[in-house]
Write a protein that binds this ligand. Structure first.
Ligand code: NAD
Ligand code: MG
Length: 385
């Protein structure tokens, strides 16, 4: 059997490195064809020397010479710059893109892979939040399968296997609640970067970890789910489940609910997407019901964690509103991670930006890019960046 050639966009990140862990132990099934990183040249070089891909991209042009030099005794092609991501996404030589870049930056290369009809293992939720209509339409047109990597969406996807055309009544997205579950604004006002970066159940990149603490992550996931599973906003429900054992659920028209469960480990949805429809045997720790006997559920506190309310508003408004929300959030989280604004300011920046950038009901791709830029500028002006 031919090995599946995987192009990992964002190979030095949390998802990217875990995808390489999966490839390492399943080298009979997969090989790394393309690896890309933005700034971490050292790790990219190390990965390239181990996995011997056809090509690598280092986004930061200042690092190009170092990477080129380090790989000079190999046949690995080295590219640099933002444009190069789209160029390598246009290669014929890979079978699946693992879209693991963080943020809006993942949109263009992912869209390029979709246009080529490639299979996508989608971790980069922002791609669908920003331009879900265009991406999904293209995917249908080009028959490019989009297989979710985000754990909740992988859970839903797994629940739908074998269901044919049975309609979904609703989906129930589970949220851990993050490190500040149960806290109130008087506590949150003093929260700092390092505190927000400690997630109870998952170890992830900095941006998504902050998004999990503010509940923006769950909001982005509602929008992601809408596009992936062709749902109406009313069909998407969020429930806080602090143990993160049930990764999400689907309720069908007969009232039956299917859940996908397991210990929280991103390698599982990553390997599921890479090997779909096959399940690969692994030795990850197993969930033992006798040891974690209580699974609990509660309503999210949207009065305190207003980002979730704002994202729900964007979900219902549609058009370029999710794009505006996402851009403002990226700027605000960036500033929070540099201790330039407080935790609650993130919500204020997102809210003001949503109120100020002009709404477009059915944006073109160019208009999404313009809205993203406009929202970033507005959000940055609020923070005085
Ligand atoms: P991360 O910050 O750990 O890694 C991001 C990767 O993207 C790195 O390889 C980095 O070099 C690259 N990158 C960053 N900025 C870039 C830019 N401007 N241009 C090109 N490349 C750039 O992030 P992560 O936690 O691995 O998350 C990646 C994506 O997966 C995000 O969209 C996140 O929401 C999603 N996701 C992550 C997890 C998780 O457990 N980490 C779970 C679900 C979904
Ligand atoms: Mg998730």
């Amino acid at each position: 059997m031919q090995k599946k050639r995987i192009a990992i966009f964002g190979s030095t990140g949390s998802i990217g490195t875990q995808a390489l862990d999966v490839i390492r132990v399943n080298s009979d099934l997969f090989e790394a064809e393309i690896l890309t990183a933005q700034t971490n040249d050292e790790l990219l070089i190390k990965q390239a020397l181990e996995f011997n891909p056809n090509a690598v991209v280092i986004g930061d042009e200042k690092k190009y010479e170092t990477v080129k030099q380090a790989l000079s005794s190999t046949n690995i092609k080295v590219f640099t710059g933002e444009q190069a991501l789209e160029e390598v996404a246009d290669f014929d030589s890979y079978d699946m893109m693992l879209a693991a870049i963080v943020g809006f930056a993942g949109l263009k290369p992912t869209l390029k892979a979709v246009e080529k009809g490639k299979a996508i293992g989608l971790a980069n939720k922002e791609t669908l939040v920003v331009a879900g209509d265009i991406v999904m339409q293209k995917a249908i047109e080009k028959r490019a399968p989009i297989i979710p990597v985000d754990s909740e969406h992988s859970a839903i996807f797994q629940c739908l296997v074998g269901e044919g055309r049975n309609p979904i009544e609703k989906i129930i997205l589970t949220a851990s609640g993050g490190p500040f579950l149960g806290k109130k604004p008087n506590f949150l006002v003093n929260v700092k970067r390092d505190h927000a970066l400690q997630h109870p159940n998952w170890s992830m990149g900095a941006k998504i970890t902050v998004d999990s603490a503010t509940l923006m992550n769950k909001g982005l996931e509602m929008i992601e789910a809408k596009w992936l599973f062709n749902l109406k906003p009313e069909q998407i429900q969020v429930v806080v489940h602090p143990q993160s054992i049930i990764h999400s659920m689907v309720q069908f028209e007969d009232g039956s609910i299917k859940a996908q469960m397991g210990l929280p480990d991103m390698k599982l949805p990553i390997q599921y997407a890479m090997a779909f429809p096959t399940r690969i045997k692994n030795d990850f720790p197993r969930y033992d019901m006798r040891r974690f006997s209580s699974l609990t559920f509660e309503e999210p506190d949207v009065k305190t964690f207003r980002n979730l309310a704002l994202a729900t508003e964007a979900l219902y408004k549609n058009g370029n509103m999710p794009c505006i929300l996402n851009a403002a959030n990226e700027i605000a989280v960036w500033a929070f991670l540099r201790n330039r604004i407080g935790f609650l300011d993130i919500t204020a920046v997102v809210e003001k930006t949503m109120q100020n950038v002009s709404y477009i009901e059915q944006p073109t791709l160019d208009e999404y890019f313009e809205s993203d830029g406009e929202a970033r500028n507005f959000a940055a002006s609020l923070i005085k960046l």
